[in-house]
Design a protein around this ligand. Sequence first.
Ligand SMILES: Cc1cc2nc3c(=O)[nH]c(=O)nc-3n(C[C@H](O)[C@H](O)[C@H](O)COP(=O)(O)OP(=O)(O)OC[C@H]3O[C@@H](n4cnc5c(N)ncnc54)[C@H](O)[C@@H]3O)c2cc1C
Length: 338
Amino acid sequence: MIDPAYTPAEATGIWVFLEHDRGQLAPVSLEMLAKARELASKSGAILTGLLMGHELDAIAGEAAHLDLDRLVVVAHPLLDAFTAEAYAHAAREVILRERPDILLLGATPYGRDLAGRLAVTLRTGLTADCTDLSLDAANGLLLGEVSGFGGGILATIACANHRPQMATVRPGVFARTEAERAAAAPIERVEVDIPASARPVTVVARHRQERADISRADRLVVAGAGARGQLPLIEALAGALHAEIGATRVAVDEGWAGRDRQIGQTGVITHPKLAIVCGASGATQFTVGIDQADLVVALNSDPEAPIFEQADLCVVDDLLPVVRALVAEFESRGEGAP
Ligand SMILES: Cc1cc2nc3c(=O)[nH]c(=O)nc-3n(C[C@H](O)[C@H](O)[C@H](O)COP(=O)(O)OP(=O)(O)OC[C@H]3O[C@@H](n4cnc5c(N)ncnc54)[C@H](O)[C@@H]3O)c2cc1C
């Protein structure tokens, strides 16, 4: 066994990496905090937010009112833009000093990059892309649930001997916390030494591509492979319902929608009140992305399609006449139908 950087007996507390961009905390960090609070309430652990960056006064003031017990702030000019090398260098230094038992990060591009590097340099395990997190009541181990083999199995992974126990979770998996502290949590500013060599990358300019966030859409119209040639109609239905468009992987691979609109295991987990799924077979890799919907309406010409096992309302028909009729009906009802 590789020697742990520190032992379970030396470790204490649950930490959440608070990701932020341009002065805004990432929604996934608030989702992770909500889950972390649930775990901390069970174990009695102290919940700490880890905020890293440069010139953090404003965002630290805001973060200190989140539902956490303490806020550790690591500010340094070389952390002004995210680079995995510098962030991992600084985070490692702080973690070795403070020895958290658990460290949770969002499975965003930054969170994934940082988590992987940290796990290697801290010689610990990382359970990536968890679909749920819990604590083993007997020994306090973090249990990360992950799906494997294309969604065919669910595995529960624990990291018994190495610390911190690390996990990432994708945006939209947990509900975000609305809980806030009236009085700010204590803020502890930690000094770190980051040599220039720890940031071999220079950020010259940043360009932001606007991406749809279908994880928070109330209404979704979803295009599957069966919607071939019917995209304008699907868009008309989404327009009539004031809904966002979602897509299966096949539809995305066909170029009918951007990758940010893919629903499912390798796409986005959604929580709409209404999802109208047009011409999708209902593969588990897709349905994991809509199984938290309040109401699923499935349109499919194949009465045996597995999507009907998931749907609340099943329409067995060619989607062309059905979607056309729905568009006419919703448009006649006007704003915000149904
Ligand atoms: C590791 C892994 C990860 C994956 N991740 C994802 C993921 O995140 N999201 C995802 O979506 N997929 C994912 N997949 C792919 C997934 O397994 C399926 O292949 C995919 O979801 C199928 O997409 P579909 O339902 O659009 O296409 P199909 O399976 O081809 O289904 C098309 C359906 O349309 C119906 N149809 C056809 N014509 C009509 C018509 N005129 N009117 C009505 N119905 C019609 C057919 O009866 C059929 O049921 C993943 C696969 C793997 C292995």
